[in-house]
Design a protein around this ligand. Structure first.
Ligand code: AGP
Length: 612
């Protein structure tokens, strides 16, 4: 995925684009660039971010000629073409009078570029996106406006896109269009903006709108004109944005990841809204009749990465409290394995971004097969929220760090709150039981805060074990997804070898890997399998591994089973992942710093993956 931005009006366009790109870097940082409409043409600057930082892009922009009230910018996560300057957006046409930025994939780009080259166009990059600039160039030849040329271009391109285009002959104008890839528009007095995501223009716009598939928006100062392709609606949909600027900025923290770990108590509290047990009807956007929910006889949870681990925790909760069989699927596998779903199946897609293509496709497949489909998402009006029957929103605020932290706990919290309400609705728990559990869930923000207050303890353990190259995370029951998530965090940002295992499975093979150079992190907070986890830890200690135990702070026994201990507050065992993950996030964070890595921008990763 990539991030795009455009701005128009008598405003400091170049500065706004650069700041917006900085806030969009979580969507990709292989390269970045801006194009500005200036006297006599388009002025472009581009940089491969690994070699030239965003700062030098900002320095270059200072020397740009006077900007004529319009420009576009792009930050890239490479799909077609190496991550170098040549392939960086904005792309231009042969005349140099048009510049475009694109997020998505133009599926028929190979046919289009062969045809364009035959017709004498000079394509300067290896990207799929550049064809758009040349097609717009062709469509302008009959005297069409930029808007009309974009509309005609969309008739021949196939694939997914969010596009923004500028033209030197139309100063003060940006034309944007969308198909599948996210796009929003913001307006303030005298100016308007377009971007892939809200954080890019937070604090600038006063009103926000979501652009629908098939809409082409022409932005000129504060004026918006909407044209459509096919059946698209003729009006933009207003967006209610509750995020503020502070949420999208580091606010004095050394990284977004650290800030977002610190925000976890609030992310959980806001997600639960601290309202106590909610009847199903109180989940505002769920949109499913309680009668339907009573009839559900199977749940599928589909997700990727960290969201998959949150879904895995939820499987234990749904089965235990609601007595409904739950299948758990990696989203990219779901639709290729002939899942058996019907009108009594509830498919829940779990996703921070609401845009991950694998999860989105799984939800589409679920609906096509006739099941009910809901999305758990953090981004309002993201694709999944629009395509699913209903939504359970996490209210974690924007998550910019590529490694998911606060959204993991928010996802677990909302899924568990939903499981409790469902259990009450289906009479698998007494109201008094759900109330007790919900009251405990509502104490979690404070307990997470207490865990975060121990950060310096966790970080000093990280120093002790930082010399190891192999990390094994073990857990059982809900400690298993916690272990998987701990390992994922570590490998994502420290690039060290880390694996998570169901602790009982180790003896069936992976234990062969353990030796005195290994570090084993055991999730050993009190739960039904606590003593079995301890036995599994003894097995690895006997083979020389250094062991770190995650143990409850009031537990005097467990610490003896490890060389080091991460103490955490205790809670009901099904809520434990919300707290136990905290030291593992700090561990990953510290080891990444020890290795000199950029924790917010780990290599090869993008925050949201919109390609299969
Ligand atoms: C999390 O740290 C990762 N960056 C990644 O695994 C992520 O969770 C996954 O790509 C799913 O994203 P989503 O939640 O936006 O769908």
């Amino acid at each position: 995925m990539c991030g795009i931005i455009g701005a128009t009006g008598p405003i400091p366009v170049a500065k706004i684009l650069i700041e917006g790109l900085e806030r969009l870097e979580y969507r990709g940082y292989d390269s970045a660039g801006v194009a500005l409409v200036v006297e006599g043409g388009i002025w472009r600057t581009r940089a491969a971010v690994s070699t030239v930082s965003m700062k030098s892009l900002a320095d270059a922009v200072v020397n740009a000629p006077k900007v004529l009230d319009a420009g576009v910018g792009h930050t890239r996560w490479a799909t077609h073409g190496a991550p170098n300057e040549r392939n960086a957006h904005p792309h231009s046409d042969c005349t140099g009078k048009v510049a475009i930025v694109h997020n998505g994939i133009i599926e028929n780009h190979a046919i289009l570029s062969s045809r364009l080259i035959e017709d004498g166009h000079n394509l300067a990059s290896d990207t799929d996106s550049e064809v758009i600039a040349h097609l717009v160039e062709e469509n302008l030849r009959d005297g069409s406006s930029l808007t009309q040329a974009v509309l005609n271009t969309l008739k021949v391109i196939e694939g997914t896109y969010a596009i923004a285009a500028v033209r030197s002959d139309e100063p003060g104008t940006v034309v944007a269009a969308r198909n599948v890839s996210p796009l929003i528009v913001g307006v303030s007095e005298g100016a308007s903006y377009v971007a892939s995501d809200i954080p890019a223009i937070l604090g600038r716009a006063e009103k926000y709108f979501s652009v629908a598939d098939g809409q082409v928006v022409t932005l000129k100062g504060e004026n918006l004109q909407v044209d459509v392709v096919g059946e698209a609606p003729g009006e933009l949909m207003p967006l209610e944005v509750s995020w503020d600027l502070d949420m999208a900025q580091k606010g004095g923290y050394e990284s977004f990841m650290l800030k977002e770990i610190d925000e976890e108590p609030r992310a959980i509290a806001d997600t639960l809204r601290m309202r106590g047990i909610e009847a199903i009807e109180m989940f505002d956007e769920l949109n499913l009749d309680p009668a339907v929910l009573r009839q559900i006889d199977k749940i599928f949870l589909v997700a990727c990465g960290t969201s998959f681990h949150a879904a895995m925790v939820a499987k234990y909760a749904f089965e235990h409290w609601c007595k409904i069989p739950v299948e758990l699927d990696i989203a990219s596998e779901f639709r290729y394995r002939d899942p058996v779903v019907d009108g009594k199946t509830l498919v829940i897609g779990v996703s921070q971004s609401g845009e991950t293509i694998d999860t989105l496709q799984a939800l589409r497949e679920a609906r096509r097969l006739g099941s009910h489909a809901i999305a758990v998402a953090n981004v309002v009006d993201s694709s999944m929220t629009r395509e699913a029957d209903g939504v359970l929103y996490t209210r974690a605020g924007p998550e910019i760090g590529v490694a998911a932290t606060k959204t993991f706990v928010a996802q677990v919290a909302i899924l568990e709150a939903f499981a409790l309400s469902l259990a009450e609705l289906r009479n698998t728990l007494y109201k008094s039981e759900t109330e007790l559990l919900m009251n405990e869930l509502l104490t979690i923000p404070l307990k997470v805060e207490r865990a975060i207050a121990r950060a310096s303890e966790y970080r000093s353990v990280a120093k002790e074990i930082g010399d190891s190259k192999d990390f094994f995370f073990l857990g059982r029951h809900v400690g298993y997804p916690t272990a998987l998530e701990g390992a994922l965090k570590l490998k994502e940002i420290s690039y060290l070898h880390a694996e998570g295992f169901a602790a009982g499975e180790l003896k069936h093979g992976p234990i062969a890997l353990i030796d005195s150079s290994s570090v084993v992190i055991g999730v050993a907070t009190r739960g039904r399998l606590w003593s079995k986890v301890l036995s599994n830890l003894e097995e690895v200690r006997a083979r020389g591994a250094r062991v770190v135990v995650v143990a409850n702070e009031d537990d005097t026994q467990t610490a003896h089973f490890g060389d080091y201990v991460f103490k955490v507050p205790s809670t009901h065992e099904l809520f434990a992942p919300l707290i136990d993950i905290i030291p593992l996030q700090f561990l990953a964070y510290d080891l990444a710093l020890q290795h000199g890595n950029d924790v917010d921008r780990p290599r090869n990763l993008a925050k949201t993956v919109t390609v299969e």
